[in-house]
Design a protein around this ligand. Structure first.
Ligand code: GRG
Ligand code: ZN
Length: 327
């Protein structure tokens, strides 16, 4: 099996987060999540201090709106997705206390997005009809990280998520929508945070998730689609949450993730031969961390500068586990 080259990945992640230019401009609309992906990956690799902490914190606060939501970049509108990313960044930098009184505003923002059937919209600035199980997860995860889950009607949230479980055992964007591993992560994660996983058919879901593994070892997001490294997070973490990660071949999945790593410039792509990016770099490394700590994968890691161990990751909140023990 190929080894994980920590130094190359660290260099790739730092370059992506600090180099100004065309790519930087083109990714402004998702910048807050980009910072979360890079910081989390660096922390898992033991190199969190490679990015300037104070600058990162100032950036987060420059994206906080009057209504308590965070936007991906200044002058964009706030959404629940970037609000979760912002809170995740503050958790990684151990700076949530800097929210002070504004924490109440953030909670109000999250609460304002819930509909009477328990579903969530993504932003007050979006089309009010557009609900998505991603928004449910982001809302519940944000409140969890702020220790404020009791601020919301969680039973309605659970009812809505349960209504999104399909006949095949998996979940979609809304009630009756096509099953997709990304939405499965969001629905299973929401139920896990609310300690209601026992209320769904985990056996059927386990079969659907295990079926995502293709002969190449990689996982796809739904039947008949191509393998993609990011499902090594969305699908594998869901299997871990329902305690069925042993249902897939770990060694083959780890080999697939490592084969999508760029040996020249570092970083991980969606699949071998494609261009690496911070999103797939995080979810590839996070998948390897899950495999190491839940399935005792024997992963070889090389580095001249860092500890040769990946930190364990929390399968629900996608943050290094040591941080969650602290809060
Ligand atoms: C990371 C903790 C954490 C939270 C984020 C926003 C969110 C919460 C989760 C997104 C879950 C999701 C929907 C992931 C899927 C992303 C993806 C690869 C979409 C691609 O969909 P298609 O249809 O690709 O283009 P396929 O693979 O089906 O061909
Ligand atoms: Zn992907």
């Amino acid at each position: 099996m190929k080894s994980l080259n920590v130094d190359k990945h660290v260099k790739f992640l730092v370059k992506a987060a600090t180099t100004r230019g065309f790519e930087w401009e083109m990714t402004e609309y998702l910048r807050m999540s980009g910072i979360y992906w890079s910081l989390t990956a660096l922390d898992l690799l033991g190199q969190l201090d490679q990015l300037p902490r104070e600058d990162m914190i100032s950036y987060v606060f420059s994206c906080l709106s009057e209504n308590g939501g965070f936007s991906p970049a200044p002058n964009h509108y706030p959404t629940i997705i970037y609000t979760l990313s912002a809170i995740q960044v503050l958790v990684i930098l151990e700076a949530t206390d800097k929210l002070g009184e504004k924490k109440l505003k953030v909670i109000e923002f999250v609460k304002s997005l819930q509909n009477s059937d328990g579903s969530f919209i993504g932003s007050p600035d979006d089309d009010k009809e557009e609900t998505d199980t991603r928004f449910s997860f982001c809302a519940i995860a944000t409140l969890k990280l702020l220790n404020s889950l009791d601020e919301i009607d969680t039973s309605k949230t659970v009812d809505h998520i349960k209504a999104c479980q399909n006949f095949d055992g998996a979940f979609g964007v809304r009630v009756g929508s096509e099953s997709h591993a990304g939405q499965v992560f969001c629905c299973v994660g929401t139920l896990a945070l609310l300690e209601k996983l026992e209320t769904i058919d985990q056996e059927l879901l386990g079969w659907w998730l295990a079926d995502r593994q293709l002969p190449c070892g990689g996982l796809n997001g739904r039947p008949m689609k191509k393998e993609d490294v990011c499902y090594s997070w969305w699908a594998l973490s869901s299997l871990v949450m329902i305690k069925k990660s042993a249902w897939i071949d770990h060694k083959k999945l780890a080999e697939f993730i490592l084969s999508a790593a760029d040996d020249e410039i570092g970083g991980i792509a969606d699949r071998p031969g494609d261009i690496p990016d911070p999103f797939h770099t995080l979810f590839g490394i996070a998948g390897l961390s899950l495999l190491q700590y839940n399935n005792s994968l024997d992963l070889e890691i090389v580095s001249k500068t860092s500890d040769i161990k990946l930190k364990p990751i929390d399968p629900i909140l996608c943050l290094p586990s040591y941080l969650l023990r602290k809060i």
